[in-house]
Design a protein around this ligand. Structure first.
Ligand code: UGA
Length: 423
């Protein structure tokens, strides 16, 4: 049993902290957002994530939240930094929250006598922990990193929507560490996990995280490019990827061609890697194409729609799905954003339904119609499917015009007019 503090209660922080609590550790969450602190202390999940509420209820005695860094760090042995690393306007990584967390942690470390390990879980470009975080911690604590206190990197590979399951069943655990104390403490913390555990140097761990996300994003853009060619040839891309994925070197997952990738990770991480590469004098051609294809792909759906309704002015277009993927209410970089923007530009009237993301999407597009009655969407002149929610496999599409960006089989079978983006 270890006492852990977690800085930042976004989906990475909250899931990681509760995961460790479930394993028997005591966890203190630190967040500057007092509403989140209150929610956590009342066992109310601060985000929509399957199984989170069960974890919170079951482990209520093993965690609490505070906005007080002193209390959290003085009463724990390990601190996980799990704050967000958004993009700057030029695509480079914004380290504002990480720097502020490091400063606050550093200040408390000055007063602390017992050994403490700081673990960076936030996604940071290679070099950040040693070149940016280390000096901030050292200056504010007046102590030496890797001697007076431990410092390590432990990237997360959690998917939104299945983050709890991913925490308990990881494909691998990666730890970037330099000092033996940190290595030992983290290896003990993860001792009950039965998966490959890689202990590497700090920069390598940071790069493993970026390379994983960049590769997966590349696989999706590749699938979409092949899918676009398949579509022109009258071939079903899904059948193609089924055949291709059986090659064990390629693997069948992450081959769902569609309107592209969104979310808070892939777009931001690929942009940050491009920006870092350019700073180093490299021109990352593949990564740039991955992003370009991802920006063009959603608009292909509008192109297909216009084959059936050439003039969208004053036409009612239904939207099924706003979240960037199913099982989340997150709409960050959702591919629904460029599609709805274009529909509005063309003068269409948009009526949208998402099982959980209507409210979040309203913040971006307050003026379109949102409904909780999916029939209103199905009664539009044409319907675009933008997220593959499972419940969309149970709707009645008979007689409808459906343009599908995510492959809903029932729509494919039933609709009067049906076209998929890559099939
Ligand atoms: C992603 C990674 O999958 C996680 O391993 C990683 O930890 C996380 O980013 C992160 O860096 O924090 P996530 O963004 O939650 O997780 O979502 P994914 O399930 O990977 O999906 C990302 C996007 O790709 C979605 O918009 C999804 O619709 C799209 N996608 C995914 C496809 O278009 N096709 C596919 O075959 C798979």
């Amino acid at each position: 049993m270890v006492d852990i503090s977690v800085i930042g209660s976004g989906y990475v922080g909250i899931v990681t902290g509760l995961g460790f609590a479930e394993l028997g550790n005591r966890v203190i969450f630190v967040d500057i957002d007092t509403k989140k602190v209150e929610a956590i202390n009342n066992s109310i999940p601060p985000i929509f994530e399957p199984h989170l509420e069960d974890l919170m209820k079951r482990n209520r005695k093993r965690y609490y939240a505070t906005d007080n860094y002193d209390e959290a760090i003085l009463n724990s042995q390990i601190t996980f930094i799990c704050v967000g690393t958004p993009s700057n306007h030029d695509g480079s990584i914004n380290l504002e929250y990480v720097k502020s967390a490091a400063k606050n942690v550093g200040k408390v470390l000055e007063e602390k006598n017992r050994f403490h390990v700081v673990v960076v879980k936030s996604t940071v470009v290679p070099g950040t922990t040693e070149d940016v975080i280390t000096p901030i911690l050292e200056q504010n604590s007046d102590k030496e990193a890797f001697y007076d206190f431990g410092l390590a990197v432990n990237p997360e590979f959690l998917r939104e929507g299945s983050a709890v399951e991913d925490f308990f069943n990881p494909d691998r655990i990666v730890v970037g560490a330099k000092d033996e104390n940190s290595k030992n403490i983290l290896s003990k913390l993860y001792s009950s996990f039965d998966c490959p555990k890689l202990f590497v140097d700090i920069k390598t761990a940071e790069m493993i995280k970026y390379t994983s996300n960049a590769f997966l994003a590349t696989k999706i853009s590749f699938a979409n490019e092949i899918g676009n060619i398949c579509k022109k040839l009258g071939i079903d891309a899904y059948e193609v990827f089924r055949g291709v994925g059986l090659d064990h070197r390629i693997n069948p997952s992450f081959f769902r061609a569609g309107i592209g990738f969104g979310g808070s990770c892939f777009p931001k991480d690929v942009r940050a890697l491009i920006s870092k590469a350019e700073e180093l004098g490299e021109n990352p051609k593949i990564l740039k194409s991955v992003m370009r294809l991802n920006e063009e792909q959603p608009l292909k759906l509008i192109y297909i729609l216009k084959k059936y309704i050439p003039d969208l002015e004053n036409k009612t277009i239904g939207i099924l799905g706003l979240a960037f993927k199913p099982d989340t209410d997150d709409v960050r970089e959702s591919r629904a954003i460029p599609i709805i923007k274009k529909l509005i530009e063309e003068g269409a009237k948009v009526v949208a339904y998402d099982p959980v993301a209507n409210e979040n999407f309203k913040e971006i597009f307050p003026d379109i119609t949102y409904t909780t009655n999916v029939e209103e969407v199905l009664n539009a002149e044409a319907v675009l499917i933008l997220t593959e929610w499972e419940e969309f496999e149970r709707l009645d599409y008979t007689g409808k015009i459906i343009i599908d960006g995510r492959r809903i089989e029932k729509a494919k079978k039933e609709a009067k007019i049906y076209e998929g983006i890559c099939w």
